[in-house]
Design a protein around this ligand. Structure first.
Ligand code: SF4
Ligand code: F3S
Ligand code: FES
Length: 260
């Protein structure tokens, strides 16, 4: 099973020292929903590009040098925490993993849609993810009230452990939800992130839930039936999770169990 080593910073080709530097124009969607007089609008910031510049670096420079009120989120700067998702030139992605050299000089930045807007580029993905996780009960369910420690410690086939680990690499960044037409239309749709989690727990032999239990959680229009196979999720996932395969896996599992 392949695993993607994506916590390292993106690699930048080093331009010659005397290469002329581009002036970048960042068209940033500004809005403060808490301010009754705030009207969503684009504001343009100009910055000179530096070698190896990421959107994380650029936004920090804008905040330090041009506008301290600009709101955006970062924690890890390494593609691990999932907090810096935003729409970059129309495509959801992680700002800390996006090099400006891979973008044109005109760069538009907007907050991820489908999530509660905090301000400017900052959205509340945590609230959405917590709600989805509670609805889908995204934790290992043991039989009865008592946790069967012996079962939790049982050896797992390494290949199966790899498959589960692969799906556990989701960082809950919300890019797949922002790229999904269904999620934009149905606010209770659990998105590819939710379906990926159900596929993960359905694989886990320590989870005692049955196919029927999983069907009751996602066998509806807010789950697998709502997915119209638009595949935006698969295209934008910064962890390259096999989302299309997981959604197909859940469908096949339900068909096999006569539930679909
Ligand atoms: Fe982000 Fe991919 Fe997880 Fe969706 S599945 S939240 S895009 S890491
Ligand atoms: Fe949405 Fe992905 Fe399905 S984009 S419709 S969850 S295939
Ligand atoms: Fe953590 Fe970008 S800052 S993923």
């Amino acid at each position: 099973m392949s695993s993607v080593t994506d916590s390292a910073p993106p690699k930048a080709a080093i331009p010659p020292a005397d290469a002329p530097r581009r002036m970048l124009h960042f068209h940033v969607l500004r809005h403060d929903p808490q301010d009754p007089v705030s009207i969503p609008h684009f504001e343009v910031f100009e910055l000179e590009e530096a070698p190896g510049m990421t959107l994380f670096i650029a936004l920090n420079e804008i905040r330090e040098q041009l506008d301290p009120s600009l709101a955006f989120d970062f924690v890890c700067r390494a593609g691990i925490c999932g907090s810096c998702g935003m729409v970059v030139n129309g495509r959801p992605g992680l700002a800390c993993r996006t090099l400006t050299q891979d973008l044109p000089a005109e760069i538009s930045l907007a907050p991820l849609p489908a999530f509660e807007l905090i301000a400017d580029l900052s959205v509340n993905t945590g609230k959405w993810m917590r709600g989805m996780s509670e609805r889908l009960e995204t934790w290992v369910h043991s039989l009865g009230q008592e946790v069967d420690l012996a079962r939790l410690e049982e050896r797992m086939d390494p290949e199966l452990a790899d498959r589960i680990y692969e799906l556990d690499r989701c960082i809950e960044c919300g890019c797949c939800v922002a790229a999904c037409g269904t999620a934009r239309m149905r606010e209770d749709f659990v998105g590819a992130v939710g379906l990926n989690k159900i596929a993960r727990f359905a694989l886990d032999p320590r989870d005692q839930r049955t196919d029927q239990d999983f069907y009751e959680l996602v066998g509806n229009d807010d789950g697998v039936f709502g997915c119209m196979t638009l595949l935006g999720c698969h295209d934008v996932c910064p962890k390259q999770l096999p989302l299309q395969t997981q959604i197909a896996y859940l469908r096949r599992k339900m068909v096999k169990a006569g539930l679909y």
